[in-house]
Design a protein around this ligand. Structure first.
Ligand code: AGP
Length: 605
């Protein structure tokens, strides 16, 4: 998704601040980039398709300019192809701005403005916003009133950084649905789409809420509500360090983030699992719910599938898991005892936000499981359970997925206790299992070289199948997505018992099949299915438990997991598959941290 950075002040070189910030936002995915700079007498606008390095080349050619304010933007194309003209900042008259989001009524606004004599150089909705502001400004002088009127005209999502040439002492910002934070410095202030962009300069920030307007000067930040009444807001403190947001010596962010899983699992679950009283005091009261909807996208939805299995199996409560982009348009069935759980690493995924708002319109209780503090989904849900993955920079989620599964496991345990579905001794045993889990996971991660060795078996593969039954199928879906999104190998996950109903026709000599058998109750059945594909020439990587490990003749490679109580076993399955996928992608020379076409947070529909 697009990235925004803005700076006002004289303590740092403005161009350096903008470029540093844009590089910190690269993980959001982009295909063009630009900056605008102001000083007392001059204005400079430099834009480029492609990477930030191309923009830096252009800046060098243009020659640096001492400035006191600037805005920058990495664009992930939504309207119009990635090129210099469509990239931001956009300037109309003496209004210049950067935008993250989608204006749903931009076409009608554009037609209205064309009738007023405006011409458009780009295909973007953003240029329409700049033109609209220029038009509003003709009848108003107060910039806050101009921005207030703008908010009444726009429909859709936006985070905006705006500069009016006649007011070079201020940088304006406002948002609705797209993320934007305000960094607070000493004689300098910032706007940014995300925290990593400002960490080198300040760890103090404010979360701008929808409809609020911010006016930044080098001396401070003034905030106004939708009626332009001055407001004050809590100053947040970043609890990340720069090195946490850097690679920490690893070759890729993704590898660093996988190797952090032991620590972040500890950070996330240990505060809950000291004993039953602690768990129940920290978890929401889930007694009243007799049905659960889990709504999310991508990997977060796959985590939801594991949550469904655990809640249904151990709490005896029915659960539906829906992809948010479907949930928001389908008929949903609620009772007074329905709980909708939204799972989202970024807390800014547009479809998941829409699903959350739909549930709230239906007066249904909502619980969010998110990683980013103060994100939209966290702030708008009735209750929130944070995972503590820290910054997840690689576009492909790893540690956040693992923690989403872990947090959903704690929700399932809490529901089982609330609904009296579990004996005291089982509760005690499981809490102890949770306490021991991070160290066991750490032991798995130490075997990374063995998973890297297995990855060689997938050299040259163009199609890979993942098989599993029950919770293993839910895990197979994430294993398959992880492989394909970073290695670009086509892959699909299949219910083991379903393969023979058609798809087995695709199995031929040397077709790689990764088979998950971690549920002892279903092992025999799934092994029969594995033998079916083996008989047709497949190369099989078996993922199983030490307790199920035999000298099988149907697998070519094995990943053997330590045995823990079945309730917590799913948490251990994905990290080895994440490392396997990482190595496959590395061997294929892929851009692992920033896979083509992907964005870290899909803040548009
Ligand atoms: C990235 O690896 C995931 N594959 C992607 O599907 C992600 O899980 C999805 O976009 C949801 O993002 P969120 O968790 O930030 O809402």
């Amino acid at each position: 998704m697009c990235g925004i950075i803005g700076y006002i002040g004289k303590k740092h070189n403005v161009t350096d601040v903008l470029i540093t910030g844009l590089k910190a936002l690269e993980y959001r995915g982009y295909d063009s980039v630009g900056i605008a700079l102001w000083n007392e007498d001059m204005f400079k606008l430099i834009k480029s398709a492609g990477k930030i390095s191309h923009l830096e080349d252009k800046i060098r050619k243009e020659g640096n300019m001492t400035s006191q304010m600037g805005i920058g933007h990495t664009r992930w194309a939504t309207h119009g192809e990635p090129n210099d003209t469509n990239s931001h900042p956009h300037r109309v008259g003496n209004v210049t701005l950067v935008h993250n989001g989608i204006i749903e009524n931009y076409q009608e606004l554009k037609e209205e403005l064309i009738k007023k004599g405006y011409h458009f150089a780009s295909d973007t909705d953003t240029e329409v916003i700049a033109s609209l502001l220029d038009d509003i400004k003709k009848n108003k002088e107060n910039y806050l009133e101009i921005l207030q009127e703008l908010t009444t005209r726009l429909r859709g999502s936006y985070a905006l950084g705006i500069v009016f040439d006649q007011d070079k002492n201020h940088l304006y910002a406002l948002r609705k649905d797209s993320p934007l934070i305000l960094g607070i410095g000493d004689k300098e202030n910032f706007i940014a789409s995300d925290i990593p962009a400002i960490i080198p300069y300040t760890k103090q920030y404010i979360l701008l809420e929808a409809g609020e307007i911010a006016r930044l000067s080098e001396d401070g930040i003034d905030l106004f509500d939708t009626s332009l009444k001055p407001i004050s807001k809590k100053i947040q403190q970043v609890n990340w360090t720069m090195e946490q947001a850097e690679k920490g010596g690893y070759s890729h962010f993704m590898l660093k983030e996988i190797m952090e899983e032991e620590r972040v699992l500890k950070d996330t679950i240990l505060p809950f699992v000291k004993d039953k009283e602690t768990l129940l005091s920290k978890m929401p009261d889930l007694k009243k719910y007799d049905q659960v909807h889990i709504v999310a996208c991508g990997s977060a939805m796959h985590a939801g599938l594991v949550g469904k299995y655990l809640i249904e199996t151990y709490a005896n409560i029915p659960v539906t898991v829906e992809v948010a982009s479907e949930y928001r348009y389908k008929k949903n069935f609620y009772t007074d005892h329905t709980l909708v759980i939204l799972v989202s690493q970024s807390g800014e995924t547009a479809d998941t936000i829409a699903a959350l708002r739909l549930a709230k319109e239906s007066k249904v209780d909502t619980l969010a499981i998110v990683n980013v503090y103060g994100s939209t989904i966290a702030r708008e849900s009735d209750q929130v359970l944070y995972i503590y993955a820290g910054p997840e920079i690689a576009v492909a989620t790893t540690k956040a997925y693992t923690l989403q599964v872990a947090m959903l496991s704690l929700v399932a345990l809490t529901m089982a206790i609330n609904h009296k579905q579990m004996k005291e001794e089982e509760i005690t045993m499981l809490l102890e299992a949770f306490q021991n889990l991070p160290e066991i996971l750490g032991g798995l991660l130490e075997k990374q070289e063995s998973y890297f060795e297995i990855a060689k078996m997938l050299d040259g593969s163009e199609d890979v199948f993942f098989l599993g039954r029950g919770v293993d199928y839910a895990l197979a879906m994430e294993g398959s997505l992880k492989l394909k999104e970073i290695s670009y190998i086509h892959s699909e996950a299949y219910q083991a018992g379903e393969l023979k109903h058609g798809t087995i026709s695709l199995i031929e000599k040397n077709t790689p099949v990764i088979a998950l058998v971690t549920d002892e109750k279903l092992a025999e059945k799934t092994i029969s299915n594995i033998k079916e594909v083996k008989a047709r020439g497949a190369k099989v990587i078996l993922v199983t438990l030490e307790s199920l490990d035999r000298d099988y003749d149907f697998c070519d490679q094995k990943i053997v997991l330590p045995v823990v109580p079945p309730f917590v076993q799913p948490i251990l399955v994905m990290p080895p598959l994440q490392l396997l996928s990482f190595e496959v992608a590395r061997r294929r020379g892929c851009d692992i941290d920033k896979p083509r076409n992907l964005a870290k947070s899909v803040t548009v529909e």
